[in-house]
Each structure stands twice: as C-alpha cells, then as structure tokens.
Design a protein around this ligand. Structure first.
Ligand SMILES: [Ca+2]
Ligand SMILES: [Ca+2]
Length: 365
C-alpha cells in the first residue's frame, strides 16, 4: 500500500511542469525591470497559477513552477508576470517593477530574451499619443501640467474580444530647461481602471538614475480593453528651471510609443506634442534697444522697433526659427507677417544688456 502511494507520488511529480527561475519585476523576462514590464501585466491581468514558495521582491533568482499559460506573442510564461509570486496577476505585481527599476539580470531560466512583439494589428486610422500642456507659455519656476492623451479616431475598428489594453513610451526633453528633481507622475483623471508607472531621472519613488532629459511611462488596463477609446492615460507635472539661459521650446517629444492589444499585438500609433514656449518674463526697462512692435495684434504686417544694430530672430509658437534679420540704428522696420498663419510669434534679440523676447499675435484678416 505504502509502495503504491509512493509510486503514485512519483508519477505525479514526473508530470509536474519543470521549475523556472524568475526575477521579481522582470515580468517580460528581457533582463531588466522597467516601464515595459507593465505591458504583460495589462495583458495577463487576473490570471492565476501556482504560487511561488518563499517568494520575495528582492532582486535575486527565485525558483518557481511553470504556469500553464504563455503570453500570446512574446511567449513569456506567466510565472514571470506574477512578480510577487502570490499566484495571481494583479496590480500588486507593480511594486516589484518599481522596487527593482533598472536592475539587470542574466540568470533567469529560460534565459532573458529581448521583448519582441512581432504581430501587428492593422488599423486604417492610426491612434495618436499626444502630450498636452495646460498652458502654451511658461517661465522660470512655473509649474506645467502635462497630460499624456491617447486619441483613438475610430473605436469601432477594435473587436470587443481584442481591444487595445496597454501603452508604453519614452518622453524626451531639454534637461537644461526643466527642473528634473520636481517632475512627478500622477494618475490621469477618472483612471481607476488603469495601472501606470512613470520614471524620471530623479524620481525618488523608484530610486534610480537613468539618463537626464528622459522620462519613461506606461499605462495598462486590468486585462480589459481600457484603451479602446480616446482618453487621458497619464499625467505629469514639470517645473521650469529657475535660471533659464535660453528661451524657446523645451523640446518635448514622444519616442518609441508602443500600443498593444489583449493578444499582445502591436497597433501602429503616431505621436503628437503640443507647443510649450519657455519665455523670460522678467521684463527689462525700456531702453533704446528694447524691442517694440505695433500694431499688436497685427494682420498683414507690423513695425518692429528697437534692437538697434542687433540680429533679431523670429520664432513661431513652437520655438521654431522662421527668420533672421538685422535691425539698424533706432529705426523701425516693417515686418511682413502675411506669409505666416494666424497665431503667436516671438521676436528675440540678444542686446548688450540681456536677451529679450517680444510676443506678437497675428490675427486672421
Ligand atoms: Ca523586463
Ligand atoms: Ca501576483
């Protein structure tokens, strides 16, 4: 009888799936814990499997039993996605990503592989990931709220069984203009259904030091099509540096945007960034060199005065240089604005005393 029981146990253990080695926080088993690890969490949310005995969130190799499910495209076993090893994939597994952010590993089994999503879900009208600033102009010390907004032009293109569920991107900017120690990520409005992770160079929440001038962000639904229609997916607060040497655009840009659906297929996406202009509002006293323009607002042309014997630059509201010309003596000169669309423009001049900008508005005729 005892022999039979032992035999049965032997047979059972032979059918158990082989042990894996996982690192908590490297959910996609690509060798590091970072924002991309939120994508598998969105896809596999709510799945359950064997718990990991003596699980810890410490960044160390941990043996675990293979789960019976893999991620659909990358093929990563769900045992890696259950980062805290409690047998259920949910938002608590986010902690392991945050705790071990940017840690590297080569000892997982199977060994780490690049996270390659090779399947594309084709849509005619591409979604757009946008950076929306709550103001168009800011100056030293100002706080700017930036909404990361996902625009889905036609929600009906996504089958209800396979909606977009997770998004990730990097956001680049000019670090000399932004006080990076003050950057903070927040949940977007009405986003109880979204998990998110955001990291910056000085973000103490994650205790890391990646490249200056870069943020990393990801948001994911909880195993549902949380991203099947237009909505804000995240938000961050930036503070403009107290000492600004240059005026113009802080160069915010979205890179490597990745939108995936529940089947872990990639949906082609475009990116767009609102304009933000950093200006110096510490207005200098009017001197012979002070720039003045009239009429302002203008329609076809304006008279630009001041800036004597200096090179004057004309920028659009995004900080793009449009034209460079010379001011002579105390004279005013007529600037033709007919060639530009309606909107805000800036003249900039480096005088012997300071750098000045002058905002002018061009109106429709
Ligand atoms: Ca990873
Ligand atoms: Ca878990």
């Amino acid at each position: 009888m005892q022999f039979n029981l032992l035999f049965c146990l032997f047979i059972l253990s032979g059918t158990l799936l082989p042990a894996q080695v996982v690192f908590p926080g490297d959910l996609n088993n690509d060798g590091t814990a970072n924002y991309l690890d939120l994508l598998p969490l969105g896809v596999a949310y709510g799945q359950t499997g064997p718990i990991r005995f003596e699980a810890t969130l410490n960044w160390q190799p941990q043996e675990a039993e293979l789960w019976g499910l893999n991620l659909p495209v990358s093929g990563v076993n769900l045992v890696s996605v259950d980062a805290d090893g409690n047998g259920i994939i949910d938002s608590l597994d986010l902690d392991a990503i945050a705790l071990n952010y940017d840690s590297l590993q080569t000892l997982s089994l199977p060994p780490p592989q690049p996270y390659l999503l090779t399947d594309t879900f084709l849509v005619e009208e591409r979604p757009t990931l946008e950076l929306r600033f709550n103001r168009t102009e800011a100056t030293a010390g100002d706080t700017v709220e930036v909404t990361i907004f996902l625009h889905i032009p036609d929600p009906s293109v996504f089958p209800p069984t396979n909606p977009p569920t997770a998004i990730a991107c990097q956001i680049a900017f000019d670090p000399t203009m932004i006080n990076e120690a003050s950057t903070r990520f927040l949940a977007a409005e009405n986003s109880e259904d979204l998990m998110f992770i955001g990291a910056g160079t000085n973000n103490v929440d994650f205790g890391r030091s990646p490249l200056s001038g870069q943020l990393e962000f990801a948001a994911a639904g909880r195993g549902q099509g949380a991203l099947a229609m237009s909505r804000p997916v995240g938000k961050f607060i930036i503070v403009i540096e107290d000492m600004i040497l240059l005026e113009g655009s802080p160069g915010f840009d979205i890179n490597d945007a990745l939108l995936i659906n529940l089947n872990e297929q990639v949906i082609d996406i475009q990116v767009e960034t609102d304009s933000l202009l950093i200006v110096n509002t510490q207005a200098p006293a009017i001197t012979a060199t002070s720039l003045r323009a009239y009429p302002n607002p203008c329609t076809k042309s304006l008279q630009l005065c001041g800036g004597s014997d200096q090179e004057v630059k004309l920028f659009d509201h995004q900080g793009q240089l449009l034209r460079v010309f010379q001011q002579f003596g105390q004279d005013c000169q007529q600037i033709d604005m007919d060639v530009y669309p309606a909107g805000a423009y800036f003249f900039g001049v480096q005088t012997p005393e300071n750098y000045q900008t002058l905002k002018v508005i061009k109106q429709e005729e």
